[in-house]
Design a protein around this ligand. Structure first.
Ligand code: NAP
Ligand code: ZN
Length: 353
């Protein structure tokens, strides 16, 4: 066992505070990682505050992890001490159901094990990346092809794969007109990745002051979604829409922008439901409303390689571990450009003091 220093919430109303626990000694198939950076996902906030009504406490969030390998088990083949390594949203799955067999571990029929908050179908708690180190099965550890700017690579492990996977699945590419709803952590990665895939990208934002950033990040057009006139210019035009909004909202104005046979995929996971959309918006143009969850391990590696090839990283603001509670308040106000990343040196200094 090794002593681990972290930040945890002890209840839904608690702020994140220092917390010590022990990680397992690496087994034959394990990789031990010294965490350098961890991104701050809106899912961390939903979990810490028990907004999905499934949080196990203490809660140590964090699933956008980049670090350096400090030990490997006897069976580990692809990592050695000193290598860079990444960990995303999953650390285990059953490995034998149909989804796992197809490399879609996020849809594991027996429930994958989240990097934090334990197996999705119940079981022992797991502690995530707001900590100085982690031990993970090699199968769930990613290779980091980027050479530098490692803090900005961390958000690819969740925000990157959660947007790459549906863009890939619904075959976004040249000749396709693609909408991205919400310019936050996920949304800004979606804009960059859809642009790199060769699509025409339309950003929908509630924040008029994000227009310039949207264009700089790769959007061809920016529409303020609260402005009905601007929305009307896009009616029946989009092949695909990726909706990343973290709060319940009316889906109809977006469904009305899809072409015949178009799909809107929801990745945002608000704590309460969206109002049900009007069925006529679906049936009259054979439109689909879909959902998507992160992405499999093989696809996550493919996304990291794609991003390295296209020079894609996240736009980040580096914070100290001690600033996490203020960062959550700012994230709730949409005041983040466009992902907070924790510099774990600040946690290690505190642990040593
Ligand atoms: P974020 O950085 O907070 O971004 C959310 C964006 O949604 C905001 O920047 C804002 O963009 C837009 N928005 C519009 N109205 C909003 C409102 N009333 N409240 C909050 N946001 C509003 O969050 P994120 O980290 O990208 O995560 C987005 C959602 O995806 C969360 O629910 C998260 O849990 C979920 N998620 C899902 C998966 C999955 O696998 N499906 C994976 C990771 C995260 P504008 O200012 O441009 O309107
Ligand atoms: Zn996440």
């Amino acid at each position: 066992m090794s002593k681990t220093y972290s930040y945890a919430a002890q209840s839904a109303s608690d702020s994140l505070k220092p917390y010590r626990f022990e990680r397992r000694t690496p087994g034959a198939d394990d990789v031990q990682i010294d965490i350098l950076y961890c991104g701050v996902c809106h899912s961390d906030l939903h979990t810490v505050r028990n907004e999905w009504h499934n949080t196990l406490y203490p809660s140590v969030p964090g699933h956008e992890i980049v670090g350096k390998v400090t030990a490997v088990g006897a069976n580990v083949k692809n990592f050695k001490v000193g290598d860079l390594a990444g960990v995303g949203c999953m650390v285990d799955s059953c490995q034998h159901c149909a989804s796992c067999a197809e490399g879609e571990e996020q849809y594991c029929e027996n429930g994958f094990t989240g990097t934090y908050n334990g197996p999705v179908f119940g079981g022992e708690n797991t502690f995530g990346g707001y900590s100085d180190s982690i031990v993970v099965k090699e199968k769930f550890v990613l290779r980091i092809p980027h050479k530098d700017n490692l803090a900005a690579v961390a958000p690819l492990l969740c925000a990157g794969i959660t947007t790459y996977s549906p863009l890939n699945h619904w075959k976004v590419g040249p000749g396709k007109k693609v909408g991205v709803v919400g310019l936050g952590g996920l949304g800004h990665m979606a804009v960059k990745i859809a642009h790199a895939m060769g699509a025409h990208v339309v950003l929908f934002t509630t924040s008029p002051n994000k227009r310039e950033d949207g264009l700089r990040l790769g959007a061809d057009e920016v529409i303020v979604s609260k402005d009905a006139e601007q929305m009307a210019t896009q009616a029946n035009q989009l092949d695909f829409i990726l909706n990343t909004v973290a709060a319940p909202h009316n889906l109809d104005p977006f469904l009305a922008l899809l072409k015949r046979d178009g799909t809107m995929t929801l990745v945002g996971a608000p704590d309460s439901p969206h109002p049900s959309p009007t069925v006529f918006n679906l049936i009259f143009k054979r439109r689909s409303l879909a959902g998507s969850l992160i992405g499999g391990i093989e696809e996550t590696q493919e996304m990291l390689d794609f991003c390295a090839k296209h020079n894609i990283v996240s736009d980040i603001e580096i914070i100290a571990m001690q600033d996490i509670n203020q960062a959550y308040e700012r994230m709730l106000k949409g005041d983040v450009k466009y992902r907070f990343v924790i510099d774990m040196a600040t946690l290690k200094q505190e642990a040593a003091a």
